[in-house]
Design a protein around this ligand. Structure first.
Ligand code: SF4
Ligand code: SF4
Length: 376
């Protein structure tokens, strides 16, 4: 059955498909585990707990093609999706452009084989590489015996043998390397010598708490560090809505990264998915029967013919404020470069009416302009 197309609101800034939360690395700071306990493998190792390729094609075909709004494939490690088979089928079945966030832990030959001749779908004309390879020093130096970065650069360069443009100039390369600027991750002269003249390399802001210090710039007070830095003993109530379409490995649509990751830790999406299949994916019609007794409920399902983007634009109550994931509440550009060009900060979610205890209003980290987000 063909599903009705979605009407994308102009404010939609990002479309993410978490093809799998399984990963071949186990980074201690992995944000898939909001508590960053270094235990993500035990939490998320469930190969093949995912929508089959033909269902992804049916679901994603609802998204209108846009040359400047790609569908970003991520995880976990998205190349492990469906036993490392099936991604080519998804790419071949859709007209869209895709971005890919990968650790390139699979060899380039295998990487290309998985794409099954669909390289062009990852070759959008964009100011930055569509294939964004993450360098994780701790895990990669261990795996590749002290030459992790060199190996990663070699693997990126080898993608040129499989039809990709590889250039040291960001706007001319399909592939680039990114490293989270965690305080433990340092750019060394050895790394500079390895990437210069070959592959673009950049650091990405680390978002979160390390050594009781908050990293990143956030619009809303204490959104990510309220609990992590013991600023207050419990999370707060607020209202929140998103400007992103976030799809988990089974096609559930989530209101933010925290809900998605935290729900997957409980394994409820996997349990409820079987029930949803028996209900012909009619999530909205059966919302009261599914995910009972949990606040971690998806806002929809991509295979539900009644799902519309209106579900994302509604402000909904949330009682997890203070455990938000940094990528949802950090100040950034939208896809039109709003911060750089117009000094308008963008965040993935909009939050209002935070029920902030009086004592936190005088906390030294609370800024006067943040009163705008507090419930009167
Ligand atoms: S490679 Fe990425 S998804 Fe995998 S453990 Fe590291 S941070 Fe997490
Ligand atoms: S307030 Fe934070 S945890 Fe709650 S929905 Fe918004 S981003 Fe997610």
């Amino acid at each position: 059955m063909t599903l009705p197309p979605l009407v994308l609101p102009p404010a939609l800034n990002y479309i993410a498909v978490f093809l799998t939360l399984d990963c071949n690395l186990n980074c201690s700071y992995c944000i898939n585990d909001p508590d960053q306990t270094g235990d993500r493998r035990a939490l998320f190792h469930e190969p093949r707990t995912a929508l089959p390729p033909e269902d992804w094609v049916r679901g994603l075909a609802r998204i209108p093609f846009s040359a400047d709004l790609p569908i970003t494939l991520q995880g976990g490690e998205p190349m492990l999706y469906w036993g490392s088979k099936g991604l080519g089928e998804i790419l071949a079945g859709l007209p869209h452009y895709f971005d890919l966030l990968t650790n390139l832990a699979l060899k380039p030959e295998k990487f290309a084989r998985i794409l099954n001749g669909q390289q062009a779908k990852l070759q959008r004309d964009a100011p930055y590489p569509s294939i964004r390879v993450s360098y994780h020093p701790e895990e990669m130096e261990r795996t590749w015996h002290g030459r992790g970065f060199e190996e990663l650069v070699d693997r990126c360069a080898a993608l040129a043998d499989f039809g990709f443009r590889v250039s040291p100039i960001k706007a001319e390369s399909d592939v680039g390397i990114y490293m989270v600027a965690h305080p433990d991750n340092v750019v060394t002269p050895r790394m500079v010598a390895a990437y210069q003249g070959r592959v673009p390399f950049e650091t990405k802001e680390f978002l979160g708490v390390a050594n009781n210090q908050l990293f990143g710039t956030y619009l809303y007070p204490f959104s990510t560090d309220l609990i992590a830095r013991n600023i207050y003993p419990r999370t707060l109530e607020c209202e929140c809505r998103t400007s992103e379409l976030l799809l988990d490995p089974l096609g559930f649509v989530w209101r933010c990264h925290f809900y998605l990751y935290e729900a997957w830790k409980t394994k409820r999406p996997q349990e409820e998915f079987a029930a949803l299949q028996r209900l012909d994916y009619l999530y909205q019609d059966n919302i009261d029967k599914l995910f009972p007794d949990t606040r971690l409920k998806p806002v929809g399902h991509i295979l539900d013919p009644n799902f519309t983007m209106d579900a994302l634009r509604e402000f909904r109550p949330c009682s997890y404020y203070g455990r938000c994931i940094g990528c949802d509440t950090k100040v950034k550009n939208n896809r039109f470069q709003s911060l750089y060009d117009q000094n308008i900060p963008h965040t993935s979610v909009e939050i209002r009416n935070i029920q902030m205890p009086q004592e936190l209003l005088s906390h030294p980290d609370f800024l006067p302009h943040q009163r705008a987000y507090i419930k009167k």
